[in-house]
Design a protein around this ligand. Structure first.
Ligand code: HEM
Length: 137
């Protein structure tokens, strides 16, 4: 079980590397004014999303479900955590849509908007780790 938990945490870290960095790329992408910079951001965003974030997300969920259903670890804290995880998956998918909007030249949002957008995964991480470690209920 400890091996499964170790891999669960490894993939959480992998997923969050992207969840923190991709919206920062959106900030700079929204400020970019020349075609060469924009194309470079498109490549960076696509590789980060499909190469790091997507596998990180899928494997976090696989190992999390394994811990929950395979070892019967759970409780009210886990139900609260799952609600937050569903919100995080929604955020992840929204990032995919934003990548596409940039690619099609349809981005209408400012770099300031992306700076706020960037804060969401921080809040989720704080709450989820407290729920999983402290298990307050
Ligand atoms: C479907 C998604 C997920 C499921 C079903 C799930 C389930 C679980 C379960 C059952 C444990 C074992 C708890 C224990 O041993 O007491 C665990 C541990 C943990 N999970 Fe998740 N998890 C999921 C996603 C996440 C995400 C997205 C994060 C981070 C944001 C996360 C962070 C952690 C951490 C830090 C631990 C270690 C807690 C400890 O042992 O002290 N999990 N998870």
């Amino acid at each position: 079980m400890l091996w499964i938990k170790a891999f669960h945490i490894i993939f959480v870290v992998t997923w969050f590397a992207g969840l923190f960095y991709l919206p920062r790329l959106f900030v700079y992408h929204a400020m970019a004014e020349d075609a060469v910079s924009r194309q470079r951001f498109e490549v960076m965003e696509r590789k980060l999303y499909y190469g790091i974030m997507a596998p990180g997300a899928v494997l976090t969920v696989v190992f999390g479900l394994w811990l929950w259903l395979g070892y019967g670890i759970g409780g009210a804290w886990l139900h609260a955590k799952l609600v937050l995880v569903v919100a995080l998956i929604g955020y992840h998918l929204w990032c995919g849509k934003l990548i596409n909007d940039f690619k099609q030249g349809r981005n209408t949002r400012s770099h300031v908007w992306y700076r706020w957008f960037n804060e969401f995964p921080t809040v989720i991480l704080l709450l989820v780790v407290i729920l999983a470690v402290v298990k307050p209920f």
